[in-house]
Design a protein around this ligand. Sequence first.
Ligand SMILES: *Cc1c(COP(=O)(O)O)cnc(C)c1O
Length: 441
Amino acid sequence: MNKYENTVTESDKNVDTFKIASKIRDLAISHNKLFEESIPLIASENLLSPLAKEMLITDFHSRYAEGLPKERYYEGNRFVDEVELEAIELAKKLFNVDFADVRPTSGTVANLAVLKAFAKHGDKIATVSLDDGAHISTAEFGAFGVRGVNPVFMPFNRDEMNIDIDNTKKVILNEKPNIVLFGLSLFLFPPPIKELADTIKEVGAMGWYDGAHVLGLIAGGKFQDPLHEGCNVLSASTHKTFPGPQHGILLASGMEENQYKKLRSGAFPGVTSNHHLHAMASLAITLVEEIEFGKKYAEAMINNAKALGESLYNKNFKVLCPDKEFTESHTIAINVHDLGGGEICAKKLEESGIIVNKNMLPGDKSAKHPDGIRIGTPEITRLGMNKSDMNIIAEFIKRILIDGIAPSIIKKEITDFKRSHNKISYCFYEGENPYKYYRLV
Ligand SMILES: *Cc1c(COP(=O)(O)O)cnc(C)c1O
């Protein structure tokens, strides 16, 4: 082949490549519009405040700051150091703990940092099983597998949607795990940490809490306080109920200084190099906003979840745990087996403008074809929605899934409803449209 074949002139090339860049931007604009016009009910998603978002396009994004504040390997970190020290202090204050590390770049990375610090190959970690609602980090094909630790499963009471206390005590006493891990991705009720604390102590295990889903509820003092109920360390994402950037965090209390040192070195150099400084700054802003607005926000998320659960239940949906007011968190789960299953229902809802995810319910065998859908209130609450809005949303869901109204008929109503609710709350600069696309040119 002639080496000049297939070449294009510089100017042609620029035209073609810019077209691709334009296409990507158009896709992003379309994506923003999709969410601007849809009712977002994914339990693990949220919106950034205007100030937190601003941090993401600062020059922090372009920098490295390996190590700890004032002990960096790179120059130019003067202001980064101040932000990081501030973020650590804010986290300690908000969660009333002794230790915070704001460097993990996601919840999974925070989990890996804990595993790096406190687990070794062959250790046993007690956890809830995946099909009872645990996250893939706890699977052998996930973060547990990376560290070569073995899960020991805590029996789960499927009617109560919580850990079975008596049988779990037996498992802990028999198996003597090194760590007992609490935390779920289908997280309806606070796990019984207090009730298991003595047993955990008795076998000399460490209590670990994965608060990815419920960090914002904990911040608002509305769910449980794991680090004062018997857990030693907490790892979490900072973008689910906690309305911050996609990032992670480690919190701990009541440990020896050398254990904090292990945790820090688990984060860096263990599982991060760069810790995404723009996201860390955005996290610092969100920590401030949570100190100011977090209590009211957490309360509203939970009240909305209960209201949505009740409203759907009254419309004949099989919402889990009706005897326990459906939830004590931001999440409800519905068994839609009789309506075609989670996959079909989630797709139907999306076509009409309501975004949820299919979800395994305890006892389900397939993650691709589960019986459940999971519904969360973090984002709609962040948009200021209240109990009467929950009734409206429940009615939309009923008309789509039970009455079988076609997407072409209902979609416009949903878009109009959503367009009148696109104002951010529980932060500074309330009222901004969080789906606005910031155009450069
Ligand atoms: C979402 C989630 C994670 C992972 O968080 P990422 O920030 O997505 O990496 C870990 N644990 C639980 C329980 C989760 O729900």
